[in-house]
Design a protein around this ligand. Structure first.
Ligand code: CA
Length: 693
């Protein structure tokens, strides 16, 4: 249908073609290659993760603009019924909205009314949560020829019928039950579904795969780090990379997972993706060297995955500076010359503008405080500060392992020439676990979350900060910024209405004037927003959609819980004059009850338990046994939970709730020490809470 329509347009005059393009507010027909290439002109729909192949997340819709955005109100909402993080970008095609929630569950809604059309649950085994560093999140689906594609937390790629929500094919893209995960949205390039994987905090080897969209057959796979050198290398790129590793890196996999950004460039027929950290995090544990292609941006041929160029943003990464942040494509005139560029606000604090034909850095400047490097030299190599890598005791490194910017989508407005992004100003305390040995079925970072030493006192004095930043990518400088009350925030959307939409940890969704950052509108979603807003139109009405749902490492992590509002996530859809409402946010924190369970333990037992808890349990249950709110706060454990403690930790008795068995990671004697520490913390909190009454 659509091809015929385009065919007729070709016969029309250029002027008519232009008018028809503008008037074609809503296309009908399949999401095929032509539709994806023309996604920018199809303003009503949002067909792919970053809206177009350039992933600029700029919408030409302008019914909602800087004059009337104050009248924006809720049109409908849907309760996603989870306390876990929600990170998805909804896609919209012809009035149907497709999105995902925690545990890789897919939803299709009538985009106008919010009525649920179908829900597909891939039934991820909950204990797979053990192999996920940063919550059981999912960032969305891909649409192609009547199907919806989703990557699942347990490493599958599933094609679902867009009309019925029934699975068509389902392939395991990672070793079954291995410590890989998928959280990213798949992308489509020339009839193939591209999918990477996550897990560089575990002993895995990263790769990107392309599957035939129709059949689910593997078309190609390209690795990000070299394998066992006693076996043939899969490519010249892997052979070259092997020379940059030392020791027996392959035994721990190497890491370098492409867990988020992946972009197809139809102009050059290349696919670009970013890769994660090396495994383990520290070169003292894994061996010295640049470790290609970790913490890199890699370009491969779309047809076969063959590497064309790479640029390593953080050679020999020692800081968890994955280069997996959003990649955006644009064409700029720089110093009088037209340049096809790729942009990235990297975790390492530098904003990169790279020539996407060659992979050469055009410019790179810090957009946040950075102490690991003093700049980028003429060859694109960072000028490192050796103190940041010195882990004889511990190092305080800026930006933190969470990144000056992370996975949260960024947007670029061709109208203002500015990139809009969330910035986190924070510091990591990097220390190595004493006498660390690799454990092949758990995390392998080597990072000591139990560290107590002089650097920690310094660390506790450091305050974090966050902002929404408007960045001029050509001049490589700030245009404006807005300081945020909670440092952590979400993705952005830019529109032709001269607006930037941005959600944040305290649940506010805000609209700013794109040119100068003036706050024009705010909605209190209650629950924190990490996901990016997007926009679409149905029957001539423009809508803005975003999901609330505050999770991820900022909630689960070893750090004291942030101020972010944890609660049941919701999909929220707005329109001018919308009058729907949601209940106000309320999180009731009960005083910690005094545990009745008795257990003999010495102060030395409790201290041993603290160290074990910090490096085994805190990544989900929170630093010092204070949960961020989306996973059980163990200080509130009931008598019966205490009685079954070992059965739960080693026996897997709470598997179906996402608490895996830690058999092989901790011994029965160690479980007892962890338990003693939790009881100690519960008693301490109960006394403090009773006194505070
Ligand atoms: Ca990482």
């Amino acid at each position: 249908m659509r091809h015929k329509f385009l065919g007729r347009l070709v016969l029309a005059s250029a002027a008519m073609l232009f008018l028809a393009g503008v008037g074609r507010a809503q296309q009908t027909g399949e999401v095929d290659d032509a539709a994806l290439r023309a996604a920018d002109a199809d303003s009503a729909n949002w067909l792919t993760y970053g809206r177009t192949y350039s992933e600029q997340r700029f919408s030409p819709l302008k019914q909602i603009d800087e004059q009337n955005v104050g009248k924006l109100g809720l049109a409908w909402s849907y309760d996603l019924q989870t306390l876990r993080g929600i990170e998805a970008t909804p896609l919209v095609k012809d009035g149907v909205l497709y999105t995902t929630s925690a545990w890789s569950i897919v939803y299709a809604f009538n985009a106008k009314t919010g009525s649920l059309l179908w829900k597909y649950d891939p039934e991820v085994p909950k204990e797979h949560a053990k192999y996920v560093c940063c919550d059981v999140v999912n960032r969305g689906v891909a649409l192609y020829k009547g199907r919806v594609y989703v990557g699942t937390l347990d490493g599958r790629l599933v094609a679902v019928d867009a009309k019925t929500g029934l699975p068509v094919w389902d392939v395991q893209t990672t070793p079954k039950d291995g410590s890989y995960a998928i959280t990213a949205a798949p992308r489509i390039a020339k009839g193939r579904v591209l999918i990477g994987n996550a897990g560089a905090e575990y002993p895995v080897r990263g790769y990107v795969s392309a599957y035939d969209a129709e059949t689910g057959k593997l078309a190609w796979r390209t690795y990000t780090v070299p394998g066992d050198p006693s076996k043939p290398f899969e490519s010249d790129a892997m052979q070259r990379a092997a020379a940059t590793w030392s020791g027996e890196w392959w035994k721990a996999g190497g890491g370098g997972t492409a867990w988020e950004s992946m972009v197809y460039d139809p102009e050059l027929d290349l696919v670009y993706f970013g890769t994660g950290n090396a495994s383990p995090w520290y070169d003292e544990l894994r061996g010295k060297g640049d470790n290609l292609y970790v913490a890199s941006i890699v370009a491969v041929r779309a047809d076969n995955g063959e590497q064309v160029w790479h640029y390593q943003t953080t050679p020999g990464d020692n800081f968890d500076y994955d280069a997996t942040q959003p990649l955006m494509l644009a064409t700029f005139t720089i110093d009088g010359a037209k340049r096809r560029v790729l942009m990235q606000a990297n975790k390492n604090g530098f904003f990169y503008v790279i020539d996407r034909e060659t992979g050469k850095v055009i410019s790179a400047r810090p957009f946040a405080p950075v102490n690991w490097a003093t700049g980028i030299d003429a060859n694109g190599r960072p000028i490192e500060n050796p103190a940041a890598r010195d882990l004889k005791d511990a190092a305080l490194v800026k930006p933190s392992a969470e990144g000056a910017h992370n996975w949260n989508p960024i947007s670029f407005s061709p109208a203002t020439g500015l990139v809009y992004l969330a910035v986190l100003e924070d510091t990591s305390l990097h220390a190595i676990i004493p006498n660390w040995k690799i454990n092949l079925h758990d995390q392998t970072t080597g990072s000591d979350r139990a560290y107590r030493g002089p650097a920690r006192d310094e660390y506790l004095k450091i305050k974090d900060a966050g902002r929404l930043l408007a960045w001029d990518p050509i001049a490589q400088r700030e245009a404006w910024h807005v300081d945020l009350p909670d440092p952590k925030s979400g993705g952005t959307l830019a529109t032709a209405g001269n607006l930037v939409f941005h959600g944040r940890a305290d649940g506010k969704l805000s609209a700013y004037r794109a040119t100068d950052g003036k706050l024009l509108w705010e909605f209190d979603a209650g629950v924190g927003i990490a996901a990016p807003p997007m926009t679409f139109s149905v029957d001539g009405v423009q809508y803005v959609a975003v999901a609330s749902g505050w999770g991820g490492p900022q909630v689960l992590g070893n750090r004291p819980a942030g101020k972010g509002h944890v609660g049941l996530g919701k999909l929220l859809v707005f329109r001018l004059g919308g009058t729907a409402t949601i209940a106000p946010y309320k999180r009731v924190v009960r005083p910690v009850p005094m545990p009745t369970f008795k257990m003999e333990a010495t102060a030395a037992d409790v201290e041993e338990g603290r160290k074990l808890f910090a490096n085994t349990c805190s990544r989900c249950h929170g630093g010092d046994v204070v949960s961020g709110g989306s996973v059980l706060d163990l200080r509130y454990s009931t008598q019966s939970t205490h009685e079954m403690f070992e059965e739960i930790v080693l026996g897997g008795a709470r598997r179906e709730f996402g608490m895996p068995s830690f058999t092989g990671d901790v011994t029965s004697a160690q479980v007892r020490l962890i338990h003693a520490y939790i009881l100690d913390r519960a008693r301490e909190s109960a006394i403090a809470d009773a006194a505070a009454k």
